[in-house]
Design a protein around this ligand. Structure first.
Ligand code: 3DU
Length: 220
């Protein structure tokens, strides 16, 4: 469903359709997937998911966190619009997560631990349990913080071969190669790319860092 090439997932948190489309057209070849969150859906309308899905896998980051029936309805709408995967919260419990897994055919990433400072307050103390639940429920992967690579390493021990996607690179202070070294499969990057006056070269610079890291890891 996702390419495994540059390992970059773009967090496309712009609010204007034209800007969103132009960034994807310009930098698309450097992206393994595009993550769409509420700012763009509310600003440009849900059809933007379908439009971007024509050229890139789309992950709908709706941080789904409701009762099972409502979760199912949200996931069904996102998948019908063209999403390749969705992001759900885990704190709502295993029945709510199961509804997302069933409605997406397993294409769910579960937020285990959030990358911002407040993520330490409630998500960090529960992230290991959430990660185990994600594995048991048949999720595709988890979301773990690039701002705390040591937490990625710990969560990797729990989830085994599930995918780990990791936000917090760039604007939040994390480094792509540190997150990958700790066990992430992909990094999620927003402002460091879309706020650049040259988004393609900003993405290319990070893609180069990642390529060098992966090459060195292979040879060492
Ligand atoms: O900080 P950035 O601009 O690179 O954006 C990060 C994106 O990842 C943004 O869409 C945010 O909603 C998402 N995200 C986190 O930043 C932290 C999490 O724990 C989960 C998702």
């Amino acid at each position: 469903m996702m390419r495994e090439n540059t390992r970059i997932i773009l967090a496309l948190d712009v609010t204007q359709r034209a800007k969103a489309i132009s960034i994807v057209q310009e930098a698309g070849e450097l992206l393994d997937a595009v993550k769409i969150n509420w700012p763009l859906v509310l600003g440009a309308g849900p059809r933007i998911i379908t439009e971007i899905a024509e050229s890139s896998p789309v992950i709908c980051d709706f941080k789904i966190a409701d009762i099972p029936n409502t979760n199912r309805l949200i996931v069904e709408q996102a998948m019908a619009l063209g999403a390749s995967a969705v992001i759900a919260h885990g704190f709502t419990g295993s029945d709510s997560l199961k509804a997302c897994v069933d409605a997406s055919g397993g294409r769910v990433f579960v937020v285990a631990e959030m990358s911002h400072p407040g993520g330490k307050e409630f998500t960090a103390p529960n992230s290991e349990r959430i990660a185990s639940m994600a594995k048991e429920a048949g999720a595709m992967g988890i979301v773990a913080p690039a701002t705390r690579p040591e937490r990625i390493s710990r969560l990797r021990e729990i989830v085994g071969d599930l995918k780990i996607i990791s936000p917090g690179v760039g604007a939040q202070g994390g480094k792509a190669s540190d997150a990958l070294a700790a066990g992430a499969d992909f990094v999620i990057i927003g402002r460091a790319i879309y706020e650049s006056s040259t988004p393609k070269s900003a993405a290319a610079e990070i893609a180069d860092e990642i390529r060098d890291f992966l090459r060195n890891r292979k040879t060492s």
